[in-house]
Design a protein around this ligand. Sequence first.
Ligand SMILES: [Zn+2]
Length: 324
Amino acid sequence: MSLLKPSRRDILKMTAAAPAFALPATKVAALGGPSGDQAPGYFKFTLGEAKLTVVSDGEFSLPASTAGVNADPADVQAFMIRHFMSTERMEAHANHVVIELGDAVVLVDVGSGNRYLESVGRMIENLETAGIDYDSITHVVLTHAHPDHIWGIRDDFDEAVFPDAQYYIGETEHSWWLTPDRVNMVDEGLQQLVAGAVNSLNADLLQLTPVQDGFEVAPGITMIDTPGHTLGHMSVRIESNGEQLLVLGDAARNAYIDFERPEWVGSPDMDAEQTVATRKQLFDMASADRIAVLGYHFPFPGVGYVMREGEAYRYMPSLWHWTE
Ligand SMILES: [Zn+2]
């Protein structure tokens, strides 16, 4: 396989790498597939003066064995069965957000584009459906450089999508992926991700600035260090008229496991101990200060609150409103 131009088959092989335990099929919460056309993938709401639109990039899944890799596999399976989750695949939605506040129109992450999996890469189409003008995006925040968050940064001509926007990424994240010869310092399974990140971060016409904890993208929109899932992962805090929302990125990835078993980590989490510490810190802050959260991989639209429950937490999805 070619590192620089992976075929779709290479990528499917990569995401299917770890086999799941063989278990009898059980009923799962997804209730099968769609019976016909689905509704457009966007969700609009307000936070103080900010207009927020969650825009879906689609969905994908990883083998279930990528979850809870530091826990007893029997406990992980029991958790999945009890929660009506698939014991074979970890399902993940991909929820981007566009923040319109003051003069800024900020998009968080650029999605998979057409270089990752077929079931993702719908963000641009869904932006259009949501009535958000492609040229209106002023800033793009990159939480981290994994394929589902960044491979969509290049169009078919290897040029940055939204070439007029200012892009920001954590300084640590930027230098980790772009360390010379990084591709030869990682396990074989990660090499494809390194090559993809390097190509993405070097896209033509990309106006990219590495930033540090507390960087203000625009008034009311701040990037904060949330390391662990990747070493330089960052999240976004939005504040308007006393209301707050944390765009978690992948600081929490599963709306059930990460909350009820905050000590468990998945195989994509690069630093297990730091992942758990960051997650607990964010959940403690969100529950104590009643700050809303948005999870990139939570069930669409992925917006809700964090409830404290003893030593663990619970995710409370917000209600979908059709009218004011
Ligand atoms: Zn992700």
